[in-house]
Design a protein around this ligand. Structure first.
Ligand SMILES: [Zn+2]
Ligand SMILES: [Zn+2]
Length: 162
């Protein structure tokens, strides 16, 4: 099932491949998604919080479904203590955090806040609550919580794609 098409200024309706678009704050990184997007996971891990300023909120797409339309600002940084040897993609011009990428995975994660709305997505759960900050309370939202991450790809892809 495909998410609703989100058009940007100048983009044509007859471009059937684009499901969603997104960008960093300044526009030096812009991307298109050309396939289904996974529901959003809120990640409370230390590295997401430090790199983004607060919790991470990520959807994920098949690697081949992410098209970088503008990448002059894009830099990659190896997340120092990642369980999954992940690297993080950010904009060197404005500092926005955009991507989380672990080499063994079929999917790449996209910071949900960088998508142009409406996204059609919903939040599916909380990860790494064992590393949550002490300055906020976890919302009592009834969503599943995991002490750590999902671990393997099958856990990730069992989540609904939209
Ligand atoms: Zn930027
Ligand atoms: Zn995290």
């Amino acid at each position: 099932m495909k998410a609703r098409v989100v058009l940007e200024k100048g983009q044509r309706l007859d471009d059937p491949g684009t499901v969603a678009t997104g960008r960093c704050l300044c526009g030096a990184v812009r991307y298109e998604v050309r396939g289904p997007m996974r529901d959003v996971l809120i990640c409370h891990c230390v590295e997401c919080r430090r790199s983004g300023g607060h919790v991470g909120a990520y959807t994920a797409v098949d690697r081949g479904d992410l098209a970088l339309v503008e990448q002059r600002g894009l830099r990659w940084f190896d997340s120092p203590d990642s369980d999954l040897d992940a690297r993080r993609g950010f904009c060197a011009e404005c500092g926005s955090s955009l991507f989380w990428d672990s080499p063994g995975r079929a999917t790449i994660s996209i910071a949900a806040g960088t998508l142009d709305g409406p996204t059609g997505l919903r939040t599916a759960g909380h990860w790494y609550i064992s590393q949550a900050g002490d300055y906020y309370r976890l919302a009592d939202d009834g969503l599943p919580r995991r002490s750590r991450g999902g671990g393997n790809e099958s856990d990730v892809t069992s989540l609904e794609m939209r």
